[in-house]
Design a protein. Structure first.
Length: 224
């Protein structure tokens, strides 16, 4: 028996309980199901246009570039133009995301490959699960649709975010995640990404791209 198990067993004996009593289990389940909500910052409580404007301002403040397009059909052309403007190769890697794959990539000269990145890709494209307006943060769900390696290994990371998926705060992201996947089906990992990768060394010198992409470009789709 481990020290932890022995301590818990002693507590159970002292209380005269096993921890499996129905009222106790129901009390725990009720607490988990109806946990009180914490304080939520007011700055993220806006209408859809306000959320989009706040998200863009915060994302640009931390070093990301942001472009807006009218519909999802405009995404491939915007990405091709972005790569051309920044002298990046017309090659990109993305996951199996059905929404992304259905976009009209054939209207561009982009060479699109699918699957996780092994580290040789310069450009990746991913579909964000949500955006957090209060901090300009992207919420990226792991899985074969949008492999986590695409978020960190390529030098340039392009993320497509639907305006309808921009939420005011982190609390709403967790609520949407639970609703979308449900108990027992949650993704293994949820990455919150705010701006391109950067850190400061001991002398407080800012270094970009140490732990991930040096460039983060976000394409917001206003209508879809």
């Amino acid at each position: 028996m481990s020290a932890r198990a022995e301590i818990l067993a002693n507590i159970h004996r002292a209380l005269g309980v096993s921890g499996q009593e129905l009222p106790r289990r129901r009390g725990v389940e009720d607490r988990l199901e109806h946990a009180p909500k914490g304080l939520i910052p007011e700055r993220g409580q806006r209408d859809p246009d306000g959320l989009r404007a706040l998200f863009r301002a915060e994302a640009e403040r931390v070093g990301a570039s942001v472009t807006e397009v009218a519909t999802s059909k405009d995404v491939p052309r915007e990405i091709a133009d972005h790569l051309r403007r920044h002298n990046l190769p017309a090659e990109l890697r993305m996951g199996e995301d059905a929404w992304l794959k259905a976009l009209p990539w054939h209207t561009t000269n982009l060479d699109v490959s699918t699957g996780p990145s092994a580290g040789q890709d310069l450009v990746s494209v991913a579909h964000a699960f949500a955006g957090v307006a209060e901090s300009g943060t992207l919420a990226m769900v792991s899985g074969k649709d949008n492999p986590t390696t695409l978020n960190f290994l390529p030098d340039a990371h392009i993320v497509v975010l639907r305006a309808q998926d921009i939420l005011g705060d982190y609390e709403r992201v967790w609520q949407r995640l639970r609703t979308a996947f449900g108990k027992g089906l949650m993704p293994r990992c949820l990455n919150f990404i705010t701006g391109p990768s950067r850190t400061r060394d001991i002398a407080q010198k800012l270094l970009v791209g140490v732990h991930g992409p040096r460039k983060l470009h976000i394409v917001i789709v206003r209508e879809d």
